[in-house]
Design a protein around this ligand. Structure first.
Ligand code: PDD
Length: 301
């Protein structure tokens, strides 16, 4: 049995073989390593089950198709995730999946007959966001210098990494990305929502943002809750009038934002619409967990 201090050893699964993550090795000629020729997913495991599993695998399939990595059996991949979860007896964990085009002599064009490298790992999730959920976080605005296909969950994250580092050095926890014309897109590893004149806004699904799984799940919940919502980007010029801001993501859930570039949003505290959405989110997790448990117990309908 593990006490809260004991960590379950993180496990990797490479092309179907389970090993400790610390022993996992990547071939030096792997194209994910050399070119960033790879896509990925991050999932949350709650009570041993993948949260929003179908949605994540659908997005992975889309990313694979868009960069033309063919021949990955996603049913097998999902089974491998569950085998790895079972091997480590993980309950509350993070799953990272990365599929690269595979290893081949270095040449930019796709090599012939290369086999995709299917790598995943599962590690215990120690939620680092509890205090941030309570108090809210600060964002640093940065120009969005990423490429024109942010809808692909590609491992090329240098622009995100550099922007996050700058935000950290400025004492912030995330980034607010904006385009040259001032259009706000999203955050460096989160989707972004804002409230203006009582209406909730988030950028429309397009090549300019990642179609966040948490974002899409929330859009369904918000529609049911009757909160007015528009999938329309906010603009840097509107920052002064925005009364609430929050970011969303697989590991963070819903995180209130209380300042951007040190300027307070609303009254500097997590706002009522944010709190309502946060509650709806955690209620949906609870309901899902309960129905998964009922199914396991055989008491579900
Ligand atoms: N980040 N936007 C970007 C650019 C992201 O990288 C992410 C996820 C999101 C939120 O998506 P989702 O709700 O599907 O997690 C939005 C992951 C978690 C990461 O890179 O670690």
């Amino acid at each position: 049995m593990t006490t809260p201090q004991q960590q379950t050893v993180a496990l990797a699964n490479i092309n179907g073989e389970i090993i400790p993550l610390s022993e996992a090795k990547i071939p030096a000629l792997d194209r994910g390593f050399l070119f960033g020729d790879a896509v990925y997913e991050v999932m949350w495991v709650n009570q041993g089950k993948m949260w929003l599993e179908e949605e994540h695998f659908t997005r992975l399939e889309r990313s694979l198709n868009l960069i033309r990595i063919l021949g990955v059996d996603l049913v097998t991949l999902a089974a491998r995730v569950y085998e790895t979860i079972a091997a480590g007896k993980f309950k509350n964990a993070i799953v990272y999946i990365q599929i690269t085009r595979g290893a081949a002599p270095r040449s930019h064009a796709f090599p012939k007959d290369v086999k995709p490298f299917e790598f995943l790992f599962v590690q215990e999730f120690n939620d680092p966001y509890a205090e941030m959920r309570e108090k809210g976080i600060h964002l640093l605005s940065r120009p969005d210098i990423r490429w024109d296909h942010c809808d692909i969950k590609s491992t090329n994250l240098l622009a995100n990494v550099l922007a996050i580092q700058e935000s950290k050095e400025a004492g912030c926890q995330e980034v607010l990305f904006y385009l040259k014309d001032g259009t706000i897109t999203e955050s460096a590893h989160s989707s972004l929502f804002g409230v203006l004149d009582g209406i909730l806004y988030t950028s429309p699904s397009s090549e300019l943002i990642l179609p966040g799984i948490t974002r899409n799940h929330l859009l369904n919940l918000i529609a049911k809750d009757g909160i007015p919502i528009r999938e329309k980007s906010l603009h840097m010029e509107q920052l002064g009038q925005i009364s609430e801001l929050f970011i969303t993501g697989t590991t963070s859930g819903v995180l209130p934002v209380v300042a951007v570039d040190k300027k307070v949003i609303g009254d500097g505290k997590p706002g009522p619409i944010t709190r309502r959405i946060e509650k709806a989110y955690w209620d949906s997790v609870k309901t899902w967990g309960q129905s998964a448990k009922n199914k396991q117990d055989g008491s579900g309908i």
